[in-house]
Write a protein that binds this ligand. Structure first.
Ligand SMILES: Cc1cc2nc3c(=O)[nH]c(=O)nc-3n(C[C@H](O)[C@H](O)[C@H](O)COP(=O)(O)OP(=O)(O)OC[C@H]3O[C@@H](n4cnc5c(N)ncnc54)[C@H](O)[C@@H]3O)c2cc1C
Length: 423
């Protein structure tokens, strides 16, 4: 967390735009006392615990479980009844009060460790996988795995290995899995892999595959996010009991897709905080660095850059809040039918905003923005991370196309049917 920032205990950073409007004393229709309480508790925890590292410290996952971070992050916008009273919640928030804005805040504050590597290595797998396990998995084996993942003995992770095959044994008791999957977030730490496999009926079947000697995990060296533990995973005649199946045989894709809105939303939360950090550090620099005898911010062209960064950040924040509110007030079926396109568009947009904001921020920092360590450290790190926002979880091109296809498909004309229905 390199750059020097002006902070007060009560309201976080005093640098303009560094905090969401509600934290700067502005009224909000969404924020209640429990949101404020969670924000303070999370901020304190991250300030105390966050540190620079190229691998997750071994005890951090367990520490997150004990601090009440894992379960709420895996739960998303609502904490299921069965998990209430079984796991702690950061800030001692009442489980019944938890909503999409608590979810936004916990991800937002977690990203303040300085980028997305640590959050993704820690909770990326959980946030992606546990909701599908919870909703579609049945039986003691699945319950045990969820319990283990949420209590923190080791990390869990996900795979969506479409080319990976699973063959059911003649007696119907186990699958034999073969195949490989690249770019698995948290794969180097994982004990279980939630894997979409192709089964004989040409359908997709979702399995939880425990790591054993037939599963090879190789770390992949990525451009940024070293802590995310991105891995290449190979299954070689891996035997998986049928009790580890999540949902029905052939029904795996629907299980995975049911979590897409939240997956895309949490990536937007991360992009949002990264963009704020870039703006915060760029403004801090612009009011302290002098060139040609004047501080940078005294040049109109510099202020113009900052204003453009700020308007994009604030507009993104408002759009996220609107979608969080709308998703929280629709049932699951309607939230997919009505908002999957917009959530995809938001995720794409948040990557586009972050890419522009980090680029402008680095330009303003000059050489410092390209230096590992020092005042430009966060920008340099986020610059390396930004494509890990725009590509995973549905890449920008695919999501923008999906959003507009869904919007056009939904068009109905009272007078004429559309001539081409190819979209
Ligand atoms: C850091 C990182 C973490 C990841 N974590 C996970 C994980 O945990 N689990 C997991 O299952 N996967 C993960 N992935 C994989 C990720 O989901 C894929 O990389 C992503 O979906 C894009 O697929 P691809 O890389 O094969 O690119 P391709 O599908 O080969 O596409 C290449 C480019 O072409 C564009 N493109 C493709 N088709 C079209 C089209 N029809 N129209 C226009 N443009 C198109 C794409 O947008 C992309 O930019 C991760 C990837 C990264 C980089």
């Amino acid at each position: 967390m390199g750059a020097t920032r002006v902070e007060t205990k009560d309201f976080g950073s005093q640098i303009p735009y560094a905090e969401p409007p509600w934290l700067c004393g502005l009224p909000s229709p969404y924020i209640r006392d429990s949101h404020r309480k969670l924000q303070r508790a999370m901020r304190d925890w991250v300030e105390k615990t966050g540190k620079k590292s190229s691998r997750l410290p071994q005890d951090l996952y367990k520490a997150c479980a004990e601090a009440g971070i894992l379960m709420p992050m895996a739960a998303g916008a609502t904490i299921p009844q069965e998990w209430r009273n079984s796991y702690p919640i950061m800030g001692d928030i009442e489980a019944s009060e938890w909503d999409g804005f608590h979810d936004f805040i916990i991800h937002d504050e977690m990203t303040r460790v300085g980028g997305i590597g640590i959050p993704n290595g820690l909770i990326g797998g959980l946030t992606l996988c546990i909701p599908a396990l919870k909703k579609h998995g049945k039986g003691a084996a699945i319950d045990r795995m969820i319990g283990e993942a949420l209590s923190g003995p080791e990390a869990g992770s996900d795979v969506q290995g479409i080319t990976t095959t699973a063959v059911l044994s003649a007696d119907g008791t186990q699958y034999t899995v073969n195949g490989q999957k690249k770019w698995i977030t948290g794969g180097t730490y994982a004990k279980y892999f939630l894997t979409l496999t192709r089964t004989a009926d040409q359908g997709f079947t979702l399995l939880v595959i425990p790591k054993d000697s037939t599963v090879t995990v190789r770390p992949m060296e990525m451009c940024g996010s070293a802590c995310a533990g991105t891995a290449f995973v190979e299954f070689d005649d891996t035997v998986v009991p049928v009790t580890n199946r999540v949902g029905e045989q052939g029904g795996g894709l629907a299980c995975v897709m049911s979590n897409f809105n939240h997956e895309r939303l949490f990536i937007s939360f991360q992009a949002m905080r990264c963009a704020r950090m870039c703006l915060e550090d760029a403004i801090s620099h612009a009011i302290t660095r002098e060139t040609f005898g004047q501080e940078l911010a005294s040049h109109a062209v510099v202020r113009h850059k900052l204003a453009n960064m700020a308007r994009e950040v604030e507009a993104l924040h408002s759009w996220i809040e609107t979608l969080v509110y709308q998703l929280g007030n629709l049932n699951e079926r309607d939230s997919i039918a009505r908002l999957a396109g917009q959530t995809a568009q938001l995720k794409a947009h948040s990557g586009i905003v972050l890419e522009r904001v980090v680029s402008q921020g680095i330009q303003l920092m000059g050489g410092l923005g390209l230096t590992r360590g020092g005042r430009g450290e966060r920008l340099e790190r986020i610059w390396r991370d930004v494509k890990a926002i725009t590509i995973p979880g549905g890449s920008e091109d695919i999501l923008l196309d999906l959003s507009i296809r869904r919007a056009i498909r939904g068009l109905t004309s009272p007078t004429e049917p559309r001539k081409s229905a190819k979209i």
